[in-house]
Design a protein around this ligand. Structure first.
Ligand code: ADP
Ligand code: MG
Length: 255
């Protein structure tokens, strides 16, 4: 019994210190290290490295869950040849995340089905893996939340929560026009983010038509000014991927 005591205590402390990987691995790693004649420092290093690695992985998974991507997309499944207008070098560059350090924005422009949301999700996923706090939402979803929060006198709380993000992904700007209050609240989020956070915005609406959605011309100018001050623009000029895909399939069935 006496010989068991150190492991019992060790297990207890490892649990208390929240080191689940070391707890799981320390005995098998001890055996392999003994076999391979590694010293104690190497043994300890191996365990600590594994704990750190798994902790980072768990944190990234948590961030991905809290970003609330409806469906996860990565760049592996993006076919750049189907969308030659999209600057592949710029996308790859942005995936590294330097724009987040500079608090730059990204605008994804193009017709429906051209992969804007796909790329936005892939960039968001990469940011999560790089330790950033990310939230994905549709612009309409955000404005609805803002209006509801204001109604419930919880607007400050919501704005504070949004303010903690490194990256806010706003999908589908331009599908639904906003009320005056909605447009003003959206502007509030964008102006608070200015030079402090990054925003990725996807839209099928050319700049000239933004007033139609935001109603007020001055507000549109001010919002555009903030979003485009430090911006990376990706513009899909090609056809809808769904359409290309459907055409390919119908050609196949005809042949
Ligand atoms: P958008 O946001 O521009 O309307 P999406 O990103 O929603 O378009 O794309 C529509 C569908 O087509 C999605 O399932 C997306 O994954 C897929 N898709 C779009 N473009 C590509 C592409 N170049 N390669 C692979 N899949 C694509
Ligand atoms: Mg989309």
């Amino acid at each position: 019994m006496a010989s068991k005591k150190p492991t019992v205590l060790l297990n207890h402390y490892l649990k208390q210190l929240r080191l689940p990987t070391i707890l799981r691995e320390y005995q098998t790693t001890a055996q392999t290290c003994a076999k391979e004649n590694h010293d104690h420092v190497t043994y300890l290093l191996q365990l600590v490295e594994r704990e750190t690695f798994e902790r980072e992985q768990r944190a990234a998974e948590r961030r991905i869950r809290s970003a609330k991507f409806p469906v996860l997309k990565t760049l592996d499944t993006f076919d750049f040849t189907a969308q030659p207008g999209i600057n592949k070098t710029l996308v790859r560059d942005l995936m590294r995340g330097d724009y987040l350090e500079q608090h730059e924005n990204i605008l994804l422009l193009g017709n429906p089905g051209t992969g804007k949301t796909h790329i936005a999700k892939a960039l968001g996923h990469a940011a999560c893996a790089q330790g950033k706090r990310v939230q994905f939402m549709t612009v309409t979803g955000l404005v609805t939340q803002l209006l509801e929060a204001r109604e419930d006198r919880k607007l400050d709380k919501l704005l504070a929560r949004l303010g903690k993000l490194h990256l806010l992904i706003l999908d589908e700007f331009g599908y639904v026009p906003f009320s005056k209050a909605g447009a003003e609240l959206l502007f509030e989020v964008v102006s608070r983010a200015y030079e402090r956070q990054s925003i990725i915005l996807t839209t099928n609406l050319p700049f000239e038509q933004w007033t139609e959605v935001l109603v007020n011309e001055r507000l549109t100018g001010a919002l555009l000014d903030r979003i485009t001050h430090r911006v990376n623009i990706l513009e899909a000029t090609g056809q809808s991927y769904r359409l290309q895909d459907a055409k390919k399939r119908s050609r196949r069935t005809k042949n």
